[in-house]
Design a binder for this molecule. Sequence first.
Ligand SMILES: Cc1cc2nc3c(=O)[nH]c(=O)nc-3n(C[C@H](O)[C@H](O)[C@H](O)COP(=O)(O)OP(=O)(O)OC[C@H]3O[C@@H](n4cnc5c(N)ncnc54)[C@H](O)[C@@H]3O)c2cc1C
Length: 401
Amino acid sequence: MDTGIVVVGASLAGAKAAEALRAEGYAGPITLVGDEHERPYERPPLSKGYLLGKEEREKIYVHPAGWYEEHGVTLRLGVAATAIDPAAHTVALAGGDRLPYSKLLLATGSSPRRLPVPGGDGEFVQTLRRVGDSERLRAAFRPGARVVIVGAGWIGLEAAAAARTAGAEVTVLEAAELPLLRVLGREVAQVFTDLHRAHGVDLRFGAKVEELKPDGVRLGDGSTVPADVLLVGVGISPNTALAEHAGLTVENGVRTDQHLATSHPDVFAAGDVANAFHPLFGKPIRVEHWANALNQPAVAAAAMLGKDAVYDRVPYFFTDQYDLGMEYTGYAEPGGYDRVVFRGDVAGREFVAFWLSGGKVLAGMNVNVWDVTDPIRELVRSGRGVDPERLADPAVPLNEI
Ligand SMILES: Cc1cc2nc3c(=O)[nH]c(=O)nc-3n(C[C@H](O)[C@H](O)[C@H](O)COP(=O)(O)OP(=O)(O)OC[C@H]3O[C@@H](n4cnc5c(N)ncnc54)[C@H](O)[C@@H]3O)c2cc1C
């Protein structure tokens, strides 16, 4: 007997899974359980247009308010799933309810990491994950406010851009030598350093944060950087507690196969929490980006309904900072490439960068150059060697390489 499908995590991946199940023709009960009080919304605007006050709240939601009822999807919001029992096929909720399921999707996403230093858990320390975080920061980003951001990753840099745009004084403290060094490597990380310095951000590298205090950050050299607003953006951890306690295989997220099935055949995982085997790369990868949470659920939904669906999309993400917009397509690990090739005007921040290994393109990033993700994706997917001279030459169309 079909007791229905339960999705834990009512955000982008969860909402897209419900949509995909109905699109696949599934007519049984679907319940979306989420511990936030909001209906599913998208997070990228929280550090961009919504944080800047340019985007309306209504625009952030995945579906209009009436969509869930219209599609027979039960929303259980503001309630956490506290345990899953794969043998009994039940999900326990805070408050005592127990939901039966035939198939379960874990779409629990991830949570911001805290700094393991004195004050790291302080209430005055802000993180940026939920819509309320974005609203608090927007109110605090005012002309002259001293904003200190720990971590020069995507969230830290996007928040720095929003704070500067609002007229705040911004200091970014980063432990590494450059921003985004692990993701982009030295060559491209420099572009983001130059961008933020040109906009008046005080970027400090090699910073050793010793303590977070309500009035600032104490560094290893004994100095304190004064702060009216203190934001920590030092990465995220996948929300794997439910899976771990249920005995599912958890390794850097919930391990799944290429169909997004976990180590229990009736439990699936998608989005930030899933460390999914990727046929193109021949190993599991966990992608903490919007496009992955958008697209994986269709595969999980089809697989839950017994269809032979495989997730093999080339990873993709984007960022907007000041007047720089970029898209990154592919997957280049730190140390996994041997050459970076630029095409276009790097100093003018209008270019494409390619990460190569053995002459093959692993990833490409277009900065203020548009409509090139299709040929970049094809270059990555083909796995064929390319001529770096032609790759670097803007006169040679990308789809002819
Ligand atoms: C500020 C910000 C900006 C971003 N910008 C970009 C960008 O520009 N480009 C890009 O590609 N990506 C971006 N991302 C990343 C992107 O938003 C994530 O990859 C995406 O949100 C992942 O979706 P998800 O549904 O897998 O997980 P999440 O969005 O993390 O949602 C998981 C949901 O599950 C809930 N939950 C967890 N455990 C339980 C439980 N036990 N019971 C009930 N509910 C639970 C959580 O509270 C949350 O609501 C950004 C993220 C943030 C925070």
